[in-house]
Ligand binder design. Structure first.
Ligand SMILES: Nc1ncnc2c1ncn2[C@@H]1O[C@H](COP(=O)(O)OP(=O)(O)OP(=O)(O)O)[C@@H](O)[C@H]1O
Ligand SMILES: [Mg+2]
Length: 222
């Protein structure tokens, strides 16, 4: 993993030498390094050359802002996330608590635990109940710390109470189970929905599941 040095704002380049690179994703570079003596993650959204520079900057800032905002709101609803330490919109940087855990994806590939999916369903239900969607729900975007799911990667999140948007959020997760965890997908999905239903109640859940079927039908025939 060799991040392109020239894409990183010059003030942040020393991080590359001092910190440990955790991930170089499609959109961002994540570096583990202390922040005021605390173990932290620096998430930098890097420019994309295929986008117009002005649009690119606007997108990266908007996603940084959404992620930072979500990191402050979710804990208020009892949805665990890393603590937000700092946000720098100018440099598209978020500094957050480093969570000493593994992703739900890694854990599930080793040892499937339905209880974690049920708990995640509860957390997602709680977010939807508050009119908040994640829009990138995958098992790579959930970290397990002390046996509890923590939600990360919130740059695409949005405020919406529309059941259709909630259904799309669930569809992304269902697809992740189909492609990444085919052996346990049914049991994982059932556990997830059990938690979701418990949090949202029968009526809201049934409405979202109906919309989910619409969403799936539509994708199949276009
Ligand atoms: N707070 C954290 N503590 C520990 N590890 C983290 C933390 N945040 C991210 N990671 C690790 O880095 C990986 C990538 O992080 P994240 O999902 O936020 O970035 P991404 O997928 O590149 O995001 P985006 O799509 O917004 O560019 C995670 O799957 C996780 O392994
Ligand atoms: Mg991610």
């Amino acid at each position: 993993m060799k991040p392109p040095r020239d894409l990183i704002p010059s003030e942040l380049r020393p991080l590359l030498d001092r910190g440990e690179i955790l991930a170089l994703g499609a959109e961002s570079l994540l570096i583990k390094h202390d922040w005021l003596g605390l173990p932290a993650v620096y998430k930098i959204r890097l420019p994309k050359s295929y986008r117009h520079p002005r649009l690119d900057e606007r997108l990266r800032r908007a996603r940084t802002r959404r992620e930072a905002r979500a990191l402050t709101r979710l804990p208020e609803w009892g949805v665990p996330t890393p603590a937000l330490y700092e946000v720098d919109l100018e440099r598209c940087l978020i500094v957050m608590e480093h969570l000493p855990g593994e992703t739900l994806r890694e854990l599930t590939e080793r040892n499937f635990r339905p209880r974690l999916f049920e708990e995640l369903g509860r957390l997602v239900g709680r977010m939807h109940e508050r009119g908040f969607v994640h829009y990138d729900l995958t098992t790579s975007n959930v970290l397990i710390v002390d046996g509890r799911p923590h939600v990360i990667d919130l740059g695409l999140s949005e405020d919406t109470t529309d059941p259709e948007d909630h259904a799309i959020d669930l569809r992304v997760f269902e697809r992740c189970l189909e492609s990444t965890h085919p052996d346990v997908r049914e049991e994982a999905w059932e556990a997830f929905l059990r938690g979701y239903r418990e949090e949202r109640g029968e009526e809201a859940t049934d409405t979202v599941l109906e919309r989910l079927e619409d969403v799936k039908g539509r994708v199949r025939y276009v």
